[in-house]
Design a protein around this ligand. Structure first.
Ligand code: SAM
Length: 215
């Protein structure tokens, strides 16, 4: 009990000092970050670091992103509540939980079976019923369920993967880090008709997106 209260307090502090103070404003995003127990998504030995201001290893050479970058990317998706979202790179499942809090349905794709399995377990133990999982190369998207109102890519792409552009709905928004293996620019892509409006938001560093349209 004591431990749980402690994690709640750490979450409040994380939201206040790392997220609000850096300019994330969407009240729904802040509320979701106060609610989702991030410590359950990190390996046991890192639980006490779960609310700190940095990414953490989750095994298999992968990471759970820093809380601030997760919040900033989620805010950029501009979710209102009933969207169908495609997430590429389930990883720990933490970002997936936030998306499931904020959207209608989440389709999440991961290429490492052990990570997908672990994320599935945590997310089902937390009671989420609006998440669909797939083990595959996410650079190909999830064509059977397209189009998607929003697409979130949580690994670094060399370019915008064409299948993801094709599977983005008219008026849809995709958030994706694009660049070299070690430094990328976070981009927001809005699809209108045949055109893409692309906004560069900030520099960032993600693990590589590995696959046919990735590295
Ligand atoms: N959003 C995750 C979280 O909250 O824990 C962090 C994701 S981690 C930075 C990036 C993830 O993308 C890794 O789990 C990696 O295995 C996955 N990944 C890389 N290339 C992929 C691909 N082509 N398809 C699906 N997942 C991929």
């Amino acid at each position: 009990m004591r431990q749980r209260e402690n994690f709640e307090e750490l979450r409040r502090r994380m939201v206040k000092t790392q997220i609000k103070m850096r300019g994330v404003k969407d009240p729904r995003v802040l509320q979701a970050m106060l609610k989702v127990p991030r410590h359950l998504f990190v390996p046991e030995e890192y639980r006490n670091h779960a609310y700190n201001d940095y990414p953490l290893p989750i095994g298999y050479g992968q990471t759970i992103s820093q809380p601030y970058i997760v919040a900033a990317m989620t805010e950029l998706l501009d979710l209102k509540g009933d969207e169908k979202v495609l997430e590429i790179g389930t990883g720990s499942g933490y970002q997936t939980a936030l998306l499931a809090e904020l959207a209608g349905e989440v389709y999440t794709v991961e290429r490492i079976p052990q990570l997908l399995e672990r994320a599935k377990q945590v997310l089902s133990s937390l009671g989420y019923t609006n998440i669909y999982f797939k083990l595959a190369d996410g650079t190909l998207g999830w064509p059977e369920n397209a189009p998607f109102d929003r697409i979130m890519v949580t690994a670094a792409a060399p370019d915008l993967p064409q299948p993801l552009i094709d599977q983005l709905a008219e008026g849809g928004i995709m958030v994706i880090p694009v660049g070299s293996r070690y430094l990328q620019t976070l981009k927001v892509v809005v699809k209108t008709g045949d055109k893409l409006r692309i906004k560069r938001v900030m520099e960032c560093t993600f693990v590589p997106l590995i696959g046919e349209y990735g590295y």
